[in-house]
Every structure is written in C-alpha cells, then in structure tokens.
Write a protein that binds this ligand. Sequence first.
Ligand SMILES: Cc1ncc(COP(=O)(O)O)c(C=O)c1O
Length: 398
Amino acid sequence: MSLKDEDVVRRWRWATRAIHAGQSPDPTTGAVTPPLYLTSTYRQISLHVPSPYEYSRVQNPTRESLEQNLAALEDGQSACAFASGMAALTALAMTLRPRDHVLVALNVYGGTYRLFQSVLRAWDLDVEFFYPVTPEEATARIRPGQTRWVFIETPSNPLLEIADIGAFARVASDAGTLLVVDNTFMSPYLQQPLRLGAHVVVHSTTKYINGHSDSLGGAVVFGTDSVVEPLYEEVRFVQRSTGGVLSPFEAWLVLRGIKTLHVRMDRHGANAQAVAQFLREHPAVERVYFPGFPDHPGADVHARQAHGPGGMVTFSVRPDWDLDHFFRNLQLCIFGESLGGVETLISHPETMSHAALPEEVRRRLGIHPRLVRLSVGLEDPADLIEDLAQALDRARVG
Ligand SMILES: Cc1ncc(COP(=O)(O)O)c(C=O)c1O
C-alpha cells in the first residue's frame, strides 16, 4: 500500500484529506478504493527478515489507513482505532496508574460517566467529577503533579452545553496536565480540539464519522505536542496487548463513511436548524436546546470554536402532551439509541443514554423525564417536521 507523504497531506484542505489521507489506489491493480485486508495473519519471509505485518491484532493495513486518515482529519500526529468508543476510552484510561487523579466533566455521555464511576474507581483511580463545566471549576480542583487529565465533551450530551476548549487547554497546560476532549458530537469536520490546544481527542466513530448506523467503533487521536508522544506509544501497546481493535471490515466501512463526512455534517446542521426552529414555535415544546440559536448559552464560544451547529437538537415537552404517545405516533423518526446516522433518531435520555447516571446527577444536570433528544438525519426536513407535528398533535392529552 503506497501512502502519501505526510507533508503533502498537511498541505491539503479538510475535504481533500477526508477522501485521500491514509489511502492511495492499490499499487497492484490500480483499484481506486483501497483493498479490504480481511486477514488475521500474514506470511513471514524468513527467520531473519522482519515483516511489516505479522498478526492483525498488532497491525492491519485497513485499520492503519483509517488511523492515518483520522489523525489527518483532527490535525493530529497519530491515532489508534478500537472496537467502540468505550473501548477507545478504556484503552486510553489503561495508561493511568492507581491513585492518579482525573477531573471529569459531570455532563459527559452516560456510558463515560459509568466507566469512570463504576469501572475505573475500582482500579483505585481518583476520579473527581466537576460541574458546572468551567475552566475556573477545573482550576480550583487541579492537584499539581497528581492530576493527569481534564476530560470534557462539548457540546455536551444531551443538553448541548458548551465548554471553551481553548480556555480548558490553557488551564491544563499551565498545570502540566492533559486536556482530553470527546469530539463525537461535532466530528473533526466541525471542530478540531487539537488545534485549540487540547492534547488528545476521543471519538465514537459509531456516530457521525461512520454516519450510516452500520458499525461500532472508536478512536483516540493524539496531538503533535511532544508531551503526547509517549502516551501514543503506551496506547498502541495497550491496543495490541488487550486486543480491543477495530475489525478491518469496520475500518473499511468507516473510511467509506468519512469520504462524505463534510457534506453530511453541513446538511445535518441545516436540517437541525429547520427542525429546531419548528420545535421552538410549537405549543407542546417548553424549551429547545440547539447551539445554532444565537441565544443558546455559550453560542458565541461554540461559533468561535466550531464551524457549525451539528445535527443534535434536544427539547422538553410540556406536561399536557403524553411522551409515550408521541414516540409511538412517529412514522418517520426512529425511536432508538445512538446518533449521527443518515436517518433521524429520537431518544429519551432519562431512560436511555443517561440511565447509567444516578437520578440526583441527572436532576443536577437538568436531565428530566420530559426531555427528548433528536439526532436529525439527512431526510427532507419538511418530512421530518410533518412527522414531528403529527406525532405531537396526536399526543395532546390536556
Ligand atoms: C459522546 C459519546 N462518546 C462516547 C460514546 C461511546 O461510544 P460507543 O457507543 O461507540 O462505545 C457515545 C455513545 O453514545 C457518545 O455519545
């Protein structure tokens, strides 16, 4: 597999990188789409000649293509791809040591909260959640020499709260700790935390990056700062030692999805804007959370650090409307977990994505039973609005 020179890739603009970084036509056949290397092992030449590929838990050309592509898209140095977003974060966390202190924003994805709270605490990690998610709160809690990471997610899930990545990066760097950002909701097309000073980015590629609701995956992307280089080596070691790797087939699917990521994200944003505006004017809706509204808290920070609102819209429904009826009445929007696919998905954070949080944490964050999360897809927005309107109209009980 011939790969392009790093300097050539760095000169390319984002859309060009999405389509070409980490991949070239197959040198043997000229096939434009790089081959899918569905193999677990590789023939070795001799006892004395090292071979670039030995075993697919350690190296696989298709996974490597995706890792190089993701590093280029985030403007990072390197990336490691895993079997899910949670596997990626777990591998990164395995580089922490007992009694290391990590500061984690309380408004992270429910599964991330559960990983830190219920799994990593048992490994004697000193996990401290902080809220509100402001640089001042983080500064007050950082313990010099002991705090290894500050971990944030922006916009947050599901209330789309905004954290100022550049300000957090300054706080982390001044204290000699690392800023880790979950960039799943934005994708590297809309937001590049490493460019804003973050050290490491994590993704669930299951969502927008793959974009077609047909694969699970995750990645850790490392910045170019020299303090991050040893961490990359450690995560690579964890990856090959623990084996939670992304399969070659799924890596191939994700590479395929990425080729249209920029086009999809722009349309997700435009569709979400139309749907959010409709919801804001509907009598059933109490409040709409959408970073594309100028009066959304933190909209100015978001506009500075991201190139669009993204496709997520959250709203609360007034008590005179029966939520269960609303979900059952939908004919187009699909009631289900996950986000970031071409089809519109609608979910109930209280019982789905954030069920892992204790009730008092959900209430503190403002997550309540009348909250609905929409991942606006790429259908015609007029059809989405008609579907939501008919489902809401038929769910009125008061
Ligand atoms: C923001 C965010 N990060 C991480 C994850 C975990 O990813 P995965 O489901 O691929 O393990 C999710 C899943 O919903 C998510 O929404």
